[in-house]
Design a protein around this ligand. Structure first.
Ligand SMILES: *Cc1c(COP(=O)(O)O)cnc(C)c1O
Length: 415
């Protein structure tokens, strides 16, 4: 791959990009490439160039591209029954809800636990926020979240998202959300009171640069929320579904002992099919949203549910949790030795490569030209969230390519 120096899209890609500019709303900036096909961790652009996909559609393509199990599940379900209204159900929807309860709580879901199926991460958090509003009503107007939090872009989820640039153009947002310093237990202890409806936490903050909660934080957060009668909501939209080497990232924190009240999922859940889920644990949480209080036309769609079942089944059949743990650990150790890398954060295959200079954007551009898709999640950090099926050999090619990309990036920045 080292011979390639495609720093710009080729002629076919340029043509599509021009048409994109003329037709697609400019919310994402120009697309970096026009992609036409994929297989495993590889994708190809419209000009025939191949890339190793180390971003996986932002932690979505858990099984990689065009995995036969996912293709078969989706096409098979679509060929049989593609959609029904929520006046009806399907075996796929019910089976998925049952499987989600099992994998979110390996020790067994508390009695009365239930699942609500949505279509995306923001919708899952939107539903979770509505659910927490029902907890305590006007007597609990406060909701706590952390600085650096990302919970989505719809108005409710946006109210839980910390970044000013995302929030301010859309104010006023739903009221009551307070942001606490990341990982600061004293601040949490001080803020927690019996007028708090819920605390929203990401076990690993993805968008903030892959920041896992510090040791002990989650366990204390559980104790404080329980004592105050507040709900603990864990947003595992990015970190869940095997990404960190366990079904849920919170299973790896503080001895895996914490049972939250609500877990939200999306991204990797459908392996590329749009789906989100709210998993409410225990009788109380699961009954806060009653008949008529929430809904979605597509939520629980059998094709999306079949995709999620294929993801769960394949992660188990291919032993991907162990594979992610091993591959991630070896990758991390190798990346830590690269000159210019000061730290590697995260777990499993959700990693941030911390650089010694703010050159992540130029490094990502150089890597793209060399055939690697990564994400400059911060000015000085590169995020890796590849398909869980990434091989050790594929991971190693990135370690080999990184030093040259960092050199190019330093030159570009100092020029
Ligand atoms: C991506 C993400 C969301 C939003 O999910 P969408 O499907 O983009 O709406 C919410 N929370 C976390 C932690 C995320 O990473």
């Amino acid at each position: 791959m080292s011979e390639r120096t495609n720093t710009e899209p080729g002629p076919a890609g340029a043509g599509w990009t021009e048409r994109y500019r003329g037709s697609v709303m400019n919310t994402f900036g120009d697309p970096q490439r026009v992609l036409v096909r994929g297989e495993g961790a590889w994708v190809w652009d419209a000009d025939g160039n191949r890339y190793l996909d180390l971003l996986g559609g932002i932690a979505v393509n858990a099984l990689g591209h065009a995995h036969p199990a996912l293709v078969e599940a989706v096409t098979g379900q679509l060929g049989k029954l593609g959609h029904v209204s929520n006046f009806f159900t399907t075996p796929a929807q019910v089976t998925l809800a049952e499987r989600l309860l099992q994998i979110v709580t390996p020790g067994g879901a508390p009695a009365g636990s239930r699942v609500f199926l949505a279509n995306s991460g923001t919708e899952a958090n939107e539903a979770a926020l509505k659910l927490t509003r029902r907890h305590g009503g006007p007597a609990r107007p406060r909701v706590l979240a952390l600085e650096g939090a990302f919970h989505g872009r719809t108005m409710g989820a946006l109210s839980l998202t910390h970044k000013a640039a995302y929030r301010e153009p859309f104010e006023p947002l739903p009221a009551g959300v307070e942001f606490l310093p990341f990982g600061d237990l004293a601040a949490l202890e001080q803020a927690m009171a019996d007028d708090v409806a819920a605390l929203f936490l990401e076990p690993v903050q993805g968008e903030a640069g892959v920041r896992p909660l510090p040791d002990g934080y989650l366990a204390v957060a559980r104790r404080l929320t329980r004592d105050a009668g507040a709900l603990l909501v864990l947003d595992e939209v990015q970190s869940g579904m095997g990404r960190t080497g366990a079904w849920m990232a919170h299973h790896q924190l503080d001895g895996g002992a914490v049972v939250p009240d609500v877990v939200t999922l999306a991204k990797g859940l459908g392996g590329g099919m749009p789906i989100g889920a709210v998993v409410a644990l225990g009788e109380h949480a699961a009954t806060l949203l009653g008949p008529g209080q929430h809904g979605t036309t597509f939520g629980g769609n059998p094709v999306a549910a079949a995709a999620a079942l294929a993801v769960i089944g394949t992660v188990e059949a291919e032993g991907l949790l162990a594979h992610v743990t091993e591959t991630g650990a070896a990758w991390r150790a190798a990346l830590e030795c690269v000159d210019g890398v000061t730290e590697v954060r995260g777990a499993g295959l959700l990693l941030a490569v911390q650089l010694d200079a703010p050159v992540a954007k130029d490094a990502a551009a150089a890597l793209l030209a060399a055939g690697f898709i990564v994400n400059p999640v911060r000015e000085d950090a590169i995020r890796l969230a590849p398909p869980l099926v990434l091989t050790a050999e594929q991971a190693a090619t990135f370690v080999d390519a990184l030093p040259a990309a960092l050199t190019v990036a330093r030159q570009a920045v100092s020029a």
